[in-house]
Design a protein around this ligand. Structure first.
Ligand SMILES: C[S@@+](CC[C@H](N)C(=O)[O-])C[C@H]1O[C@@H](n2cnc3c(N)ncnc32)[C@H](O)[C@@H]1O
Length: 305
């Protein structure tokens, strides 16, 4: 009969087992499993490791001599903005960013909200396609861009900062800012990807906003579904919606939200606008909802009471 192990022997056996398993291949497997679990909390998109590490470079003097609004990130950091007819267009990347922010500025102005002196944050800023158009505000007050995508944030830090501040966050719905810090938070096509943690993120935003401050969010809703079908019937999201509908029948039922696919980048979250606004209207005053304010997405403006 085997003698039971004493406590020290058990600990030694445990350590040995860990030592054998903690080889690079094991750690690599562990890490890639971690990063591919769509719903796990506390994730971000890391820098790819080259020869076991990564480097963040300064921007070249040549790049820094261009006006801030003309510095264009490498295509891998553009999230498909400015990609048309199989080609990347720098001018389209820049002009779509300017147009989307103009739409938002108009919605804020229609609501009588002034940006003067307001601290601003863009949530899900990628490489700063939108935030770069708030240069004056960044100089006179404070403007932050944050995203899960660390390579995009590093590019923005080296090319757009100062005057902007950038930071990588993770999927845990908590941010390192004080209560009531920001006057304006905006997020273009981010609530279209969040999924289950959407309410937690919205309430975290509420915590760091001033009373009377605004949050501008773009969402996919019924109008977006109809627009995608009309403008681009071959768009793959139409297929994903049809597949989920075939199994659930959600389109002919009273849904509040549905999500196709998984992971923060790939998944698409769609709201029934009225039902969703009714839910979040208990936490914010709904100031405006404008269809096609950001491409085929609806822009929603909320005020913290
Ligand atoms: C479609 S892109 C939009 C980028 C940018 N807002 C724009 O309009 O150019 C969505 C961005 O949201 C980011 N994102 C998704 N979930 C996030 C989260 N929980 N926290 C921060 N960023 C997030 C993605 O990494 C990605 O950069």
């Amino acid at each position: 009969m085997n003698k039971p192990l004493d406590e020290n022997a058990r600990l030694r056996a445990g350590n040995e087992r860990w030592k054998n398993e903690a080889e690079p291949a094991f750690i690599h497997r562990l890490e890639s499993n971690l990063m591919s679990v769509g719903n796990m909390n506390g994730q971000f998109y890391p820098e790819p490791r080259i020869a076991g590490g990564y480097v963040v470079y300064q921007a070249s003097q040549d790049e820094l001599s261009k006006p801030l609004a003309e510095r264009v990130p490498p295509t891998a950091l553009r999230h498909y903005y400015g990609f048309k007819d199989g080609k990347w267009h720098d001018d389209l990347y820049l002009s779509t960013g300017l147009n989307d922010t103009k739409q938002m500025r108009k919605i804020l102005a229609d609501d009588g909200f002034s940006l003067e002196g307001q601290r601003i944050m863009e949530f899900g800023c990628s490489s700063g396609r939108l935030l770069r158009h708030f240069e004056a505000e960044a100089h006179s007050s404070e403007a932050w861009g944050i995203d899960l995508h660390s390579p995009g944030i590093h590019w923005a830090q080296s090319h757009l900062s100062p005057p902007f501040h950038f930071m990588t966050n993770n999927t845990n719905p908590h941010l390192p800012f004080e209560d009531r810090h920001f006057g304006l938070i905006f997020a273009g096509s981010v609530w279209t990807h969040i999924g289950e943690l959407d309410d937690a993120w919205l309430l975290e935003m509420r915590r760091i906003m001033n009373p009377g401050g605004r949050i501008y969010i773009t969402i996919s809703d019924e109008n977006t579904l109809a627009e995608v079908k009309r403008i681009n019937p071959g768009h793959e999201s139409n297929k994903h919606v049809a597949e989920l509908d075939e199994v659930t029948g959600m389109l002919s039922k009273d849904y509040v939200q549905f999500v196709t696919r998984s992971t923060p980048w790939l998944q698409r979250s769609v709201y029934n606008r009225e039902a969703w606004l009714k839910k979040i209207g208990r936490w914010f005053d709904v100031k405006m909802a404008k269809a096609n304010a950001y491409g085929w997405q609806t822009g929603v403006l909320l005020e913290k009471r």
